[in-house]
Design a protein around this ligand. Structure first.
Ligand SMILES: [Fe+2]
Length: 188
């Protein structure tokens, strides 16, 4: 794991200076859950788990204008595609500057570019780890900030979508109590 620590440092620094500094915990725990689901996860998977949301650090405001304008909110397809692909592009650029081998760069890009919607087994694994870590770490922020920003319905749709997209039974079982708690808190 020669490049993982470099990515971790880079992402931590850019997020610490952004309005999304709270997300660092979510990234650490995405790596944690990824390793729970696959103890021998390779370097590209670990890098992708830590860096999957990199696009967010480069936004000017908390919510991307594409998501803000859409009736679908965070679930807008064009926005989601942009979020995944832009994040992959930023990490590719960073890894190239570090002279990382092309296989590592390409595999990391392949993973991040589909981390929201999944696809192959590894993209699904990353997506599942992201969902568990989301329910574990992002719910407070959604309840205190996002509900005021976009309304309860869109937040509920997001919770539902983040749970429904989980592919593996193991990941679903881990996320379920946290998801149920999140829905309960939203409705209180
Ligand atoms: Fe995420």
């Amino acid at each position: 794991m020669e490049f993982y620590p470099k990515v971790e440092k880079y992402i931590t620094e850019i997020f610490a200076q952004s309005p999304h500094f709270r997300d660092i915990k979510h990234f650490e725990r995405t790596v944690y859950w990824l390793k729970k689901l696959r103890p021998d996860a390779d370097e590209a998977l670990c890098i992708a788990a830590f860096a999957h949301d990199t696009e967010r650090a480069f936004r000017e405001s908390g919510i991307h204008p594409m998501a803000e304008k859409s009736s679908q909110g965070f679930l807008d397809e064009t926005f989601m595609k942009y979020h995944q692909e832009k994040g992959a592009e930023i990490i590719v650029e960073f890894l190239k500057k570090q002279d990382a081998p092309s296989e590592l760069t390409e595999r990391t890009s392949m993973l991040i570019s589909k981390h929201e919607v999944g696809g192959n087994e590894d993209q699904n694994l990353l997506k599942d780890a992201d969902s568990i870590s989301y329910f574990e770490n992002q719910i407070d922020f959604f309840l205190t900030h996002k509900v005021t920003e976009v309304g309860k319905d869109k937040v509920k749709d997001k919770f539902q979508w983040m749970f429904d997209r989980i592919s593996s039974e193991d990941a679903r079982a881990l996320a379920k109590p946290m998801y149920e708690q999140a829905i309960k808190r939203l409705e209180e």
